[in-house]
Write a protein that binds this ligand. Structure first.
Ligand SMILES: *Cc1c(COP(=O)(O)O)cnc(C)c1O
Length: 412
């Protein structure tokens, strides 16, 4: 359904004008920003939401009797509702503000400490970001549980038949990303969740890389936990959200103790506040949460269907052009993927390519992308990664391809 606010066509020129940073130059050249998988740029509405908060109603929330505190609390809680509606969660109190994906995963991993015992198993996919591996390894060290890996294949798809074999009554937790930040693969999370539930395991989905491109429907997915960071979806850094099913959030112990998360404190004993406050100790990132809400409104005004169609077109165009260059190897060729391309060219070191592209104003990422197990799988030290989002253009891809040709000429 179209709302009156929605851009009636995908007007790329108008959209680019929403992002002030896209007007700047880097090394004398117009910026071509292809590092969106690391963090996305921010539209003016998001920047304005932060400025407006600090210039007109900055106050601490939830406790104040005064007008500013009330306004700030209302805006903060309205942002929570915006996020709830966006992800189609059943209750607003199932959404916990965090500092980002990493914080959300650590919160859950910490909470499971008393629920796991020796011989229990937890499953991780072979294509996870380090932030969805290390907290679980630490949990296994604390509890004696065993971490097992759902393998992937050469195309960058999970081997689902092997996942099936790994599942058993010992499996207590499964954690998989919705989209891989290296390969772009969109994992079949609904199916994974259904299968895991059949053996009684809970599932955490790392949505950090999906959220700018795919609108997750939490009722439909039936995930137990879903985490993301605002900064990957045009919001600010330092704010994210953890969705947890009410029954799980009630069971999990608080992560941090402090103000805001208590009901009553005496030196003998403290009782904890209800959801969501039990998990939000201390003064939260108020401006960040409000601006996160503004980012989500912005994306929904554009429309996720249109965003996806446009980005698919960019991905296909870039993949085709890149494939014509000699010696290019693309990692991640799943049929279901978002607009991320990881690649190498012959034996040229990714860092050298990235450095030359930077001289031409083009921002890409090089290295292991916080996913060393994927690099080990392909026996490479790293890749060049170009990641596109809805404000990128085919003209920018042409500039990128020409720059790559120059880089190849200089380096081989
Ligand atoms: C970026 C990213 C993370 C980490 O997000 P932070 O904002 O750094 O906490 C985790 N997983 C995936 C798939 C990512 O892309």
């Amino acid at each position: 359904m179209e709302t009156s606010q929605e851009h009636s066509v995908f007007n790329i020129e108008a959209i680019r004008q929403d992002f002030p940073i896209l007007n700047r130059k880097v090394n004398g050249k117009p910026l071509v920003y292809f590092d969106n998988a690391a963090t996305s740029q921010k539209p003016k509405v998001v920047i304005d939401a932060i400025t407006h908060y600090y210039s007109s109603y900055n106050a601490n929330i939830h406790r104040g009797v005064h007008a500013l505190s009330q306004e700030a609390t209302d805006a903060f809680e309205a942002a929570r509702k915006t996020i709830q509606k966006h992800f189609n969660a059943e209750h607003a109190h199932e959404l916990i503000f965090t500092s980002g994906t990493t914080h959300g995963i650590n919160l859950v991993a910490s909470g499971f400490t008393s629920f796991l015992k020796e011989n229990d198993e937890v499953l991780v996919s072979a294509m996870e970001h380090h932030s969805n591996i290390v907290p679980w390894q630490m949990l296994c060290e604390r509890t004696g549980a065993t971490l097992r890996v759902i393998p992937m294949n050469n195309e960058g798809d999970l081997v689902i038949s092997d996942f099936d074999k790994l599942l058993s009554s010992k499996t207590k937790l499964v954690f998989v990303n919705h989209v891989s930040n290296v390969l772009g693969t969109i994992n079949p999370i609904k199916f994974i969740i259904k299968k895991a539930h059949q053996v009684g395991a809970a599932v955490l989905i790392d949505g950090a890389q999906a959220c700018a491109h795919i609108k997750a429907d939490l009722v439909d997915l039936n995930a137990d936990f879903y985490v993301t960071s605002a900064h990957k979806m045009c919001g600010p850094t330092g704010i994210g959200v953890l969705y947890g099913k009410e029954e799980w959030l009630k069971k999990l112990p608080p992560y941090q103790g402090g103000g805001e998360m208590i009901e009553e404190v005496t030196f003998e004993k403290s009782t904890y506040a209800g959801l969501p406050h039990k998990f939000e100790a201390g003064t939260p990132n108020v401006s960040g949460a409000i601006a996160f809400g503004a980012a989500i409104d912005y994306l929904n005004d554009l429309g996720f269907d249109k965003i996806q169609a446009y980005e698919d077109d960019l991905l296909n165009y870039a993949t085709e052009k890149l494939s014509t260059l000699e010696g290019v190897k693309i990692y991640g060729t799943s049929k279901e993927k978002t607009s991320v391309i990881s690649f190498n060219i012959g034996n040229i070191h990714p860092y050298d390519i990235g450095t030359i592209l930077d001289k031409m104003g083009i921002a890409v990422r090089t290295g292991h992308h916080c996913a060393q197990p994927i690099m080990d799988y392909y026996h490479i030290p790293g890749t060049v990664r170009a990641s596109f989002i809805f404000y990128n253009t085919k003209e920018e891809i042409d500039i990128f391809i020409e720059a790559l040709k120059k880089a190849i000429g200089m380096l081989s």
